[in-house]
Design a protein around this ligand. Structure first.
Ligand SMILES: NC(=O)c1ccc[n+]([C@@H]2O[C@H](COP(=O)([O-])OP(=O)(O)OC[C@H]3O[C@@H](n4cnc5c(N)ncnc54)[C@H](O)[C@@H]3O)[C@@H](O)[C@H]2O)c1
Length: 273
């Protein structure tokens, strides 16, 4: 369900992983709320589908095809988004990959890919976006009670997608947990470094969501004690991509103008106990 209370009319928004699942839902919700979206993904058919689904939205969806597993590609995403949108205020780092494997079977190649896509891209995309976001952020005089968004505007922000797997240890997904735990502290560290500006940096930590990622989740090879996976299955079933898009739009909205450095769990209580 789209955030009905906030218009993003004319706001430039970048969404990675926009060809499927949470990223697609996020791109479509922003476009429905009037934003001009740059939707990028490694999957060309996926972003084409997103653009087609959003063709009658009040905003616009521009597409890009990028493999964000290198610093250079992340800088290309930001440059392409700037070309397409003119300017942008919101960066949503949604793209991610996941699979399970025994610690003893994880190769250097698997480790490097997991960290590159799930963690390093979040840093490089944010770094590349800073020269565009910081001039909009300004330096509100917080001591005098000024806040970004006091005038009702959508201020600049970065929203990362972490995971319940970044908040608690899990068996058989060590590289994924390490990457998502990294996203959590990367988010908080960005928040600290820019706390005197008007830039806001937050993350959403989803629990299980029905998407290609969870449907195609690869179980560990060989003999596996599946009871070790029980603690992170949850009690309330799977959520939908739109549930996370709702949270992302909220964090981008003016209603969240005092929210900075937060990790918003949307996991139906999975990490509450
Ligand atoms: N689905 C879940 O249960 C769940 C739970 C917690 C967190 N998450 C996180 O949510 C985010 C979105 O996942 P989803 O569930 O929508 O999965 P998804 O597979 O539907 O979407 C992920 C998208 O990322 C894209 N992608 C993968 N590698 C890429 C690369 N190198 N360059 C560019 N794009 C790339 C894929 O093509 C895909 O479109 C991920 O960061 C994931 O870790 C998902």
């Amino acid at each position: 369900m789209a955030n009905q209370n906030q218009s993003f009319s004319g706001c430039g928004v970048i969404v990675t992983g926009a060809g499927s699942g949470i990223g697609q839902a996020t791109a479509l919700q922003f476009a429905s709320a009037g934003a001009n979206v740059f939707a990028t993904d490694i999957n060309a058919n996926g972003v084409a589908e997103t653009a087609s689904l959003g063709s009658s939205a009040s905003g616009t969806i521009h597409t890009g095809v990028h493999d964000i597993s290198s610093r250079a590609a992340c800088y290309e995403v930001i440059a392409a988004a700037k070309d397409a949108l003119g300017d942008f205020s919101v960066l949503c780092n949604v793209a991610g990959i996941s699979w399970a494997e025994h610690a003893t079977e994880i190769t250097e190649e698997l480790w490097d890919k997991m960290i590159a896509v799930n963690l390093s891209s979040v840093f490089w995309l944010s770094q590349a976006a800073l020269p565009h976001l910081l001039p909009q952020a300004g330096t509100p005089d917080y001591e005098k009670g000024e806040n970004p968004g006091d005038d009702g505007s959508i201020g600049p922000s970065i929203i990362n997608v972490a995971s319940n797997a970044g908040l608690r240890g899990q068996a058989f997904t060590i590289p994924y947990c390490a990457a998502k735990g990294g996203v959590v502290l990367l988010t908080r560290s960005f928040a600290m470094e820019f706390v005197k500006t008007g830039l806001r940096v937050n993350a959403v930590a989803p629990g299980g969501i029905s998407s290609a990622l969870s449907m195609n989740f690869q179980m560990p090879t060989g003999e596996t004690d599946f009871s070790l996976m029980q603690p992170y299955m949850g009690f309330r079933g799977m959520g939908q991509p739109g549930d996370i898009a709702d949270a992302i739009l909220f964090l981008a909205s003016n209603q969240a103008r005092r929210i900075h450095g937060a990790i918003l769990s949307v996991d139906a209580g999975l990490t509450s106990g």
